[in-house]
Design a protein around this ligand. Structure first.
Ligand code: BDR
Ligand code: CA
Length: 306
């Protein structure tokens, strides 16, 4: 049985790999992609989402542009990690189509509201679109089948000692999202820093045809993720957790987002054992199984792309 997902993202090298994983995995149906400013500005994340979905053969998946700036603070990007285009060294053909008319926030509310209990929302960028959606339509929290984010950490951050990028880039949005009354399935640095594209993983990507040689490998070749020795494919973990739940282990926790700290803004302060959890926090990953699944998904997608 397949799971229908909406992917809210900021491609972004690992977001691009997450899109490819979602397109390629046989138990995922990718119903739509919404974009947000994050790794690069929203114009670029939108073009990248269109280019990656077209390149991987998912031309029919709608792409809808979202917020260009965080709710309150200054706009911050991660061009130093993902390059000016957002896709590292990958240069894909320019997309033939444009984003759908309308705004990502409306699209999320309408699409999830039209099929309550059926759609899993996966967010792999700053949480600006999701925060606005759930503020405008609080019933969204009860309509999702599941809600998964790549974001946060129970320990150290990657962009500051305290904060992970997606939370740090819009901490007020993250605070709204964690307080919205649903259980946030948090795939944070605790597990994603164990999903490293090591030299041996990258050599297996050479078996992935044009998908490997034109997207996966050139994108990763210029991924400057200084928190890890090899590139960590954070966002792929979030989508993989939907497709392959047994690869991850979880613990319930109360997660609160620091929005006021001078040095700790964007920190996900995590209390395990709290009597009122709002999150299911990923605490373990089987990295070998993760890569076996990711690489076989990419190989199958490469074969389908021809
Ligand atoms: C997260 O930040 C972004 O740079 C990546 O795309 C990922 O979503 C990792 O901290
Ligand atoms: Ca991302």
């Amino acid at each position: 049985m397949s799971t229908t997902i909406l992917l809210d993202c900021d491609p972004g090298i690992d977001d691009a790999l997450a899109i490819a994983f979602a397109v390629g995995h046989r138990s995922i149906e990718l119903a739509g992609i919404t974009t947000v400013a994050g790794n690069v500005g929203v114009d670029k994340t939108t073009v990248n989402a269109l280019a990656v979905s077209e390149f991987t053969g998912a031309k029919a998946v709608p792409v809808i542009r979202g917020c260009a700036a965080p709710l309150l603070g200054a706009t911050r990007d991660a061009r130093d990690v993902h390059g000016d285009s957002g896709l590292g060294g990958a240069v894909l053909p320019p997309p033939a189509r444009e984003a759908e008319p309308g705004h990502a926030v409306d699209y999320l509310i309408q699409t999830i509201g039209a099929a309550p209990g059926e759609i899993t929302l996966v967010a792999t960028g700053p949480l600006t679109n999701v925060a606005l959606a759930v503020r405008r339509e609080p019933r969204l929290a009860g309509w999702v089948r599941d809600f998964v984010i790549m974001g946060g950490s129970t320990g150290r951050g990657n962009v500051t000692p305290a904060a992970e990028f997606n939370i740090w880039a819009d901490p007020e949005a993250a605070s709204i999202v964690f307080g919205a009354g649903w259980t946030v399935r948090m795939i944070g640095l605790d597990v994603t820093l164990q999903a490293l594209a090591t030299p041996s993983v990258r050599s297996r990507m050479r078996e992935c045809g044009a998908l490997g040689s034109e997207l996966l490998l050139p994108a990763l070749s210029q991924y400057r993720d200084s928190a890890a020795s090899d590139p960590a494919v954070h966002d792929v973990c979030a989508v993989a957790s939907v497709a392959e739940p047994s690869v991850f282990g979880y613990a319930p926790a109360l997660v609160e987002v620091e929005t006021a700290g001078r040095l700790t803004s964007g920190m996900t302060v995590t209390s395990f054992g709290s009597g009122s959890p709002n999150a299911s926090v990923a605490t373990s990953i089987d990295s070998g199984a993760f890569w076996d699944i990711a690489l076989s998904t990419y190989r199958e997608l490469a074969a389908a792309m021809g």
